[in-house]
Design a protein around this ligand. Sequence first.
Ligand code: NAD
Length: 263
Amino acid sequence: MSDILKGKRGLIMGVANERSIAWGIAKAMHEAGAELAFTHQGEAFGKRVAPLVKSLGSDFLVDVDVSDDVSLENAFKELGAKWPTIDFVIHAIAFSDRNELAGRFVDTSRENFKNSLDISCYSLIDVARRAHPLMKDSGGTILTMTYQGANRVTPFYNVMGVAKAALESATRYLANDLGPDGIRVNAISPGPMKTLAGAVIGGARATYKHTDQNTPMRANATLEAIGGTAVYLTSDAGVCTTGEIIRVDGGYHVLGMPQPENL
Ligand code: NAD
């Protein structure tokens, strides 16, 4: 897919380290010829992310906390000053209190419910509204990351399942609002990945092993496959796809039961 994104530029939000899904996407988009700008969250992540960003030839890295209006406002102001138009935004951000990603869903607290939905879902709406002026004249793509726990009960995913269900619904509403301006909004739904966010979910290792052994492909998703899907969706080849949830999970979502060899 070399050069399929040549001439396109955009913002990647959510790189924490080299295992981040956002980083897999950034690498694939860079290889496909895109120019990239990045946000990171907080000073500690910034130190880790800065060399990665530099390795892809980018000089744009700003600190953004998506729960803080001012930091988002400043980031999009800076981005607009660098590039008056952009072609894509990758939103790969989620958060919930790790103490509530174990045990029972019924014990979800009001505070963590609000915080999880704010950071993991509302932030997409907020980002889309701020990206719109930079995309409305030439069109663009907004991509977010969801998980099958939105649709089916997945042990310990708990309130994040509700947040992802809201995120998937927001993807469809945003696709409808922004479609007339040529802006497409889609979500990728990868299977479990070994990332910082993935590791805080109760039973993460067992889940990873289970899906690796039971998907039709007998393999979990890879950063390369998620990156490739993001490249396709952002490219002109994806021009008729919007409001869609694209699964990159080795086919796990089609199963009704584990494979016979694992029963
Ligand atoms: P990750 O920990 O590498 O990335 C999560 C990112 O969210 C981090 O960069 C973190 O800084 C950012 N973030 C959290 N709160 C923030 C805030 N208030 N402001 C700004 N940034 C904030 O983990 P990941 O697995 O790469 O997660 C990326 C996305 O992929 C998330 O939406 C996650 O739910 C989704 N996803 C992950 C998996 C998995 O198994 N890891 C599977 C499907 C979907």
